[in-house]
Design a protein around this ligand. Structure first.
Ligand code: ADE
Ligand code: ZN
Length: 327
């Protein structure tokens, strides 16, 4: 089977970060907003480094101003994911960008996203679940209303709580209040760590926050004791190698540690993070993994099984996704 057709699970995808540049340019034109500075001449997103990426990301997001825009975005993103064989996806959703942390507004955005996701499932068979996400560099105080939004809307669709944004801003511990609220509401927890903050940040995530999964986590490779700990405890890494290479966390695919981590028994999964920003898709990630590390159908099947077991969903959904993988 071609790698594009292989059924896939994606656990780490930022909904706004998956917005095609043409989609954002179209919305900017509709609203008369000048976003020309965030695009290259050939129409891609333009940024210099990670910090600049975050500000371009936020500028792009500024034209997503209502539930209708997020519904259209969800439809476009899920269509693209399904075209690359994704049968189940978890998307980071940010109340900060969907109503500014106001619960009433968040409910409206969420209803629109969920309706679009239900239509995509009916049309393309792709199942989506949402991970509510405070933005680390917006600070712990702004995370509190986000946690409240998450706790009030936990259910079949909103199943997780994660922390994205600039890992070098503050300490993960500063977000404990919000994470505790989310966990007590029944949400499963992931946090971006070990993308920029080194092995120490992954230790913080597993020790202080007791996360089930780590967003990226790949800098764990710097610390053999941490690699052993991850392998022993079964904490799952949401690896996004294409994102890491484009942002310069690792200089090349060959130097990316996903294969070393897998060989050492760490549970790794594969995702795109923000696909158009990094000129990637799930098929592209698979192709590069096959070319660089010789991953074959058996390894892809193992990694997909890991993702299935680590998915933040109920048993019924997991069984439905398992059936989709059999085909
Ligand atoms: N938000 C969107 N993409 C991100 C990334 N790669 N790291 C942290 N926050 C993000
Ligand atoms: Zn991410």
């Amino acid at each position: 089977m071609s790698l594009a057709k292989l059924p896939k699970i994606e656990l780490h995808l930022h909904l706004e970060g998956a917005a095609p540049p043409a989609f954002i340019r179209g919305l900017a034109a509709e609203k008369g907003t000048d976003l020309s500075q965030i695009f290259t001449e050939d129409g891609s997103y333009a940024y210099r480094d990670f910090t600049h990426f975050l500000s371009v990301y936020e500028a792009a997001t500024s034209v997503l101003t209502g539930p209708e825009e997020f519904a259209r975005l969800t439809t476009a993103v899920l269509e693209e994911s399904a075209a690359h064989g994704v049968v189940y996806t978890e998307a980071f959703l940010s109340p900060d960008f969907c109503g500014g942390g106001d619960l009433g507004a968040w409910r409206e955005y969420l209803a629109a996203i969920q309706e679009a996701a239900a239509q995509a499932e009916a049309q393309n068979g792709i199942i989506m679940r949402g991970i509510v996400t405070p933005i680390r560099h917006f600070g712990p105080e702004r995370a509190k209303p986000v946690a409240h939004c998450a706790a009030e809307t936990v259910g079949d669709f909103i199943t997780g709580f994660g922390i994205g944004g600039d890992e070098m801003a503050g300490k993960l511990k500063d977000f404990a209040w919000s994470l505790d609220m989310a966990r007590e509401a029944g949400l499963q927890i992931t946090a971006h760590a070990g993308e920029w903050g080194g092995a120490a940040s992954v230790w913080d995530a597993v020790n202080d926050l007791k996360v089930e999964r780590v967003g990226h986590g790949v800098q764990a490779i710097e610390d053999p004791a941490l690699v052993d700990h991850l392998a022993e405890t079964g904490v799952v890494l949401e690896c996004c190698p294409g994102s890491n290479v484009v942002l310069g966390v690792f200089p090349t695919w060959e130097s990316h540690p996903i294969e070393k981590l897998r060989e050492k028994g760490v549970k790794v999964t594969v995702s795109t993070d923000d696909p158009p920003f990094f000129h990637t898709t799930m098929s592209h990630e698979y192709e590069r993994l096959a070319d660089t590390f010789g991953w074959d159908d058996e390894i892809f099947a193992q990694v997909t099984q890991t993702a299935l077991e680590a998915a933040f969903c109920d048993a019924e959904t997991r069984a439905t996704v398992a059936k989709k993988l059999e085909r």
